[in-house]
Ligand binder design. Structure first.
Ligand code: PLP
Length: 406
């Protein structure tokens, strides 16, 4: 089946606009993706027909909204092939999912002297919670480095794993380098030592088909807004055997079973981890986004995005003075680079004036910037609604930025 790019682009109203009298070119998809009409309509539909607080009422609307919410949970279970809906916890994003695991898992399983392994390529959201949790609990955070291509060294992981290791927390795909980590191998290695593995899927789930049972990861965390769904939505997948034992992360309504004046018993999974009124509208949008992606097919999306990545890499490689950060052969569709000695912020400003949104700066990965000894990069991240012609425009904008700033 051919990939009908014009039909796809027509689904995204925001892409139809002009900025600075030029058609908007949106290459900041790793920060947040745009939303198709189908997602926007699902939110309106919810408020026009179903809006009500869920899980609490016996009346018609409450039951309808609850059923819709729980149906979405079933579809998300299917989307990542979790074994049970008990393992799908709705959160407000990857950051909340990662904090939930760090503090709840930490409280249950991490003692003074224990070790947690992470990597230097992590987003702050999968770095700071582990760092702080280790400080609080008297544990040690061990940090894997990267090679000149921006890849993890599995030999280093082998050396780090020992009887004190309690968890490996690694990103599926780096938001700076684009590297797709060999997460299946990482999980297998850690499991040989009986160590569970958390994958930060914030950049993985939007580019690759994810099957958590096949990966055999113990936790998988992601945000809806990077998956063409509304902001304020996210998922924490965790294996039931851990979630059953882990304490609640937040306390309040919904997550309780019975409350007495002197103690409280907690609800069953997944509700134990979902305190308070959830973002029902957002979950309706997340469900619509997943339908939309499934209609196109995650495999086809991956193939098309790889074409964009290869084209952009080839074009930028042919330019003088471009330094790439992240040259692994296993990459998702983003490129991080510097143009000669030009500061990324200055380059980003000129590129913006050409109607092109790229991200500049440290990309919430300051330890990686220190490791690479750079202030930041320019990052162009592609989605399946981007085109080869747009990449040609980016090349022209880089030429212009170099002319003006060199
Ligand atoms: N992890 C990675 C790899 C990311 O790229 C991001 C966001 O850019 C996050 C975690 C945090 O996601 P959010 O801000 O949606 O919670």
């Amino acid at each position: 089946m051919s990939f009908d790019i014009q039909k796809i682009r027509a689904d995204f109203p925001i892409l139809q606009q002009q900025i600075y009298k030029r058609p908007l070119i949106y290459f900041d998809n790793a920060a947040s993706t745009q939303k198709p009409r189908q997602v926007i309509d699902a939110i309106s539909h919810y408020y026009e027909h179903d809006n009500c607080n869920i899980h609490r009422g016996v009346h018609y609307l409450s039951v309808k909204a609850t059923e819709a919410y729980e149906e979405a949970r079933k579809e998300i279970r299917q989307f990542i092939n979790a074994a049970s809906t008990h393992e799908i916890i709705f959160t407000k994003g990857a950051t909340e999912s990662l904090n939930l695991v760090a503090f709840s898992f930490g409280e249950k399983y991490i003692k003074p002297g224990d070790e947690v392994i992470t990597s230097i390529m992590e987003h702050h959201s999968n770095f700071v919670p582990w760092q702080q949790m280790c400080i609080e609990r008297g544990a040690t955070l061990r940090i894997l480095g990267v090679n000149e291509h921006g890849e993890l060294d599995l030999e280093e992981l082998r050396l780090f794993l020992n009887e004190k290791t309690r968890l490996v927390a690694i990103t599926h795909v780096s938001n700076v380098l684009g590297t797709v980590n060999p997460v299946k191998e990482i999980v297998a290695m850690a499991h040989l030592h009986g160590v569970p593995v958390l994958l930060d899927g914030a950049q993985g789930v939007s580019h690759l088909p994810v099957d958590v049972q096949d990966l055999d990861c113990d936790f998988y965390c992601f945000s809806g807004h990077k998956l063409y769904a509304p902001m304020g939505t996210g998922v924490m997948y965790g294996k039931e055997k851990y979630l059953e034992e882990m304490p609640p992360y937040q306390l309040g309504g919904e997550m309780i079973k019975d409350v007495y004046t002197d103690h409280t018993t907690f609800n069953e999974l997944p509700f134990k981890f979902e305190a308070g009124t959830p973002n029902v509208e957002g979950v309706m949008g997340l469900q619509a986004a997943i339908h939309y992606l499934q209609d196109i097919g995650m495999e086809r999306i991956a193939v098309y995005e790889e074409r964009l990545l290869n084209y952009a890499t080839e074009k930028l490689s042919a330019m003088e003075g471009i330094r790439f950060f992240g040259t692994s052969t296993h990459k998702a569709s983003l490129i991080s680079f510097l143009i000669g000695d030009i500061h990324p912020y200055d380059a980003g400003m000129i590129i913006d004036k050409m109607g092109i949104a790229v991200r500049t700066g440290h990309h919430c990965a300051m330890p990686l910037m220190d490791y690479l000894k750079i202030p930041g990069t320019v990052r162009a991240s592609f989605a399946f609604y981007n085109t080869i012609e747009e990449i040609d425009q980016l090349v022209a904008a880089i030429v212009k930025a170099r002319e003006m700033l060199s």
